[in-house]
Each structure stands twice: as C-alpha cells, then as structure tokens.
Ligand binder design. Structure first.
Ligand SMILES: [Fe+2]
Ligand SMILES: [Fe+2]
Length: 397
C-alpha cells in the first residue's frame, strides 16, 4: 500500500548564521571591472528572501530553449561521440592521483616530507595563496558542475549510470576533475599557510549556492560554456604553476601544471563537440555562441561567500587579475581563440540573424580589450581588504 502523505505546512527557523547581513549585501564596488567584465551581476534581493536561499540573487532563467528536433541531433551523434570524445578520457590506471604529489602518510619519511613542503611554501606571498585557494574552492564545487551538465537536454545522464557516451563522458570527466580539488586542498592543508576552516565554510556555502551559467538546459549553450571554462582553468592553473616555479616551489608548480594538462585535454573534447555543431548546424551554433557572449560567461564560482565578505568573488578575482593568474585580457583571448578554433569568420550560408551573430562574435574580443583598458584607467586607488582564508590578513584589491 502506498503511503499517503498529509500535506503539512512548516516554518523552519534557521539560525541567523545562515543569512548574510542584508544591509551590507551587494555593495557595488567601483573596482570590480574584471568581475563585471566577466558577467558578474549583483541585484538587490527582495526582502522576503528565505534565509536558505543562495546569498546572491541569480537570473530568472529561460529553460529548455533547444527545440526537440535539435535535441535529436545529440542522439544521432552518439556513435560519433563514442569515437571522438571518449578517446579524450584517460584510463584510470594511467591517471595520476593526488597521492603521487603528496607526502605519503604510510611512509617513514612522512614528517620529513611535510616539513619540506612547509619549508617550500613559507616564502610564497599571501596574494598567491588567496588565488590558489580561490582556484581550489572553484574545483571543490564539482557537484555543482556535474549537476549543470546533467541539466542539458539530450545529453544528461538519465539514470546515474546511463551507458550513452554523453553520460559516460560526464561521469568520467567528473571523476577526473575530482582529483583537482582533492590535490590542491591537501597541499594547501599541509602548507599551514591558510585558514582551512574558513576555506571549508566557503566550499559549503558555494555548493549550497550552485551556479548561474544561463545555459537554459541547452547543450549548444552548455558545451560552449564548458569549452570556455576548460580553457579558462587551463590558463589559470598554468599561471599558478609558472608563479610557483618563480617562488621556488617546484613541487607546487608540478601540481598546478599536471592539473592544467587535464584541463587542456577537457578543452579539446568540449571544443570538438562544438566544432561538430558548427559543422552540422552552423547557424544554430553561431547564434548560441553570440547568445552566450552577450550574456557573458560567468565564472563557475561567482556565487562564492565565506560568511564574511559580501564581495568575496570580486576581491579574489581582482587579486587574480593583479598577479596575472586570470585577467580580463585572458577572457578576450579565450573568446578569440574559440572564434578561430571554430572558424567562425569563415562560416557561409547563414541566415540574416546568423550573419549578425557572426559579426558580433568576430568583433567582440578587441572591444572587450578596449573596455578593459578604459576600466583600468578609471580604476581608483587600491584599497586593502581582509581575506578570511589567510586569517584576516589584508591584501590590496
Ligand atoms: Fe579542474
Ligand atoms: Fe576542468
């Protein structure tokens, strides 16, 4: 017999620590040009917002924007995906694991190895740690990204263990990505340079908030988004590797470098999917690209919060921009790279709307660079902001 549940109404009183002080919410900062270039929007939240809602308001999203006949394209591409996309996954036995780069807790020399790690990281500046922590937190919100991929019509993992190549890719991609946050988290923990509890809180807040990529359950938009993001993470982990080397921590450089290599492989797979869409449906693909770029690609961790700083993501992004790990220029470069990768300028036979979209995306990168230069020139003097991740020490943003 099926249980019949009585409808009931319940008011849940959450502790005040679930909420953020409203008066301080969404102070707009004139210095967040990079974040605003990257599509971060903050609006006043309505007063009736429930305390367990995400700390920042997200867009009201369009849903299921791809028509059913186009969703069929993905079914028809299953054989192709098996041959062309799954080959970019690495067999588990051939993959590196976080333990390969960390002191071995089962070995005699564990304490010595930890000591060496702490010695190596001692002189690395706080700016770098804040950026590495932000990158690690971004990786740690992986449940959100797997969820995001499973919002996409036609490619989602319908059962949790579906055998379509799309679902196999998503699960294996997630499993590969899972090593990134794991490795960075353990390395940072052992360094003793950062406030782990504040970092852990930020991760919990971020996973609870989700993300707002505006991909509308639409795999065209979704795969453009992931192409962009994999390249963005490839660039930023590559830059943290370069800087770690400059600071003399070659092991940390190796850690960031090996993660960057994974991101590159993932970028190759996602850009290949979009390349295929450009081949079979150039008009639809160029419209989708223009749509994503008009909306701006929001960063996956743009809803981050540590319980203290209402503009944490903007502050972290500003430090990342200042030390050259990820900049507004990189955003423009990624767009330009993708436009070339997908040979957008050479597309022919487009509709009137398609032509407009083509012109828009082909001319966008130089426009973003110009805007960024102007924003740089307008930027006021830097102010000092405390970061809970480094025990409240203040950094210039
Ligand atoms: Fe990653
Ligand atoms: Fe990635």
């Amino acid at each position: 017999m099926a249980l019949k549940l009585q409808p009931m109404s319940m008011t849940v009183q959450l502790p005040s620590s679930f909420t953020r002080p409203r008066s301080r919410l969404f102070r707009s900062s004139h210095r967040v040009y990079m974040a605003s270039t990257l599509g971060i929007t903050s609006k006043e939240i309505p007063n009736d917002r429930k305390p367990y809602m995400p700390p920042k308001e997200v867009h009201v999203q369009k849903t299921h924007s791809l028509p059913p006949q186009k969703i069929e394209i993905f079914k028809s591409l299953e054989g192709w995906a098996e041959q062309n996309i799954l080959v970019h996954l690495k067999p588990v036995e051939k993959c590196w694991q976080p333990q390969d780069f960390l002191p071995d807790p089962a070995s005699e020399g564990f304490e010595e190895q930890v000591k060496e790690l702490r010695e190596r990281t001692k002189e690395i500046p706080d700016d770098y740690f804040v950026v590495l922590v932000g990158d690690m937190i971004t990786e740690e919100a992986l449940p959100t990204y797997q969820t995001m991929l499973n919002t996409l019509d036609g490619v989602r993992d319908e059962t949790g263990a579906s055998l379509t190549p799309w679902a196999i890719w998503t699960r294996a991609w997630t499993a590969e990505e899972n090593r990134h946050g794991d490795l960075l988290n353990k390395y940072l923990y052992l360094s003793g340079r950062v406030d782990m509890k504040q970092i852990e809180k930020t991760i919990q807040y971020l996973i609870g908030s989700g993300m707002d990529p505006q991909t509308e359950n639409n795999p065209y938009l979704g795969f453009i988004y992931t192409s962009f993001q994999e390249r963005a993470t490839f660039i930023s982990h590559g830059n943290t590797a370069r800087l770690a080397k400059e600071y003399g921590d070659f092991k940390l450089a190796q850690v960031c470098g090996i993660i960057a290599a994974d991101e590159k492989r993932h970028e190759t797979a996602y850009t290949k999917i979009v390349e295929k869409l450009f081949e079979i449906d150039p008009n639809g693909a160029v419209l989708a690209l223009a749509d994503m770029m008009r909306k701006k690609i929001s960063m996956p961790a743009h809803l981050m919060y540590d319980g203290q700083d209402d503009n944490l993501f903007e502050h972290y992004s500003t430090v990342a921009q200042r030390i050259g790990v990820y900049t507004a220029r990189d955003y423009a470069d990624i767009l330009e790279f993708l436009v070339q990768r997908w040979k957008v300028a050479a597309l022919t036979g487009l509709s009137g709307e398609g032509h407009k979209a083509q012109d828009f995306v082909c001319g966008l990168a130089p426009r973003i660079r110009k805007l960024e230069e102007r924003a740089q020139a307008r930027a006021k003097q830097a102010s000092l902001v405390p970061f809970s991740w480094i025990f409240g020490k203040k950094l210039s943003v």
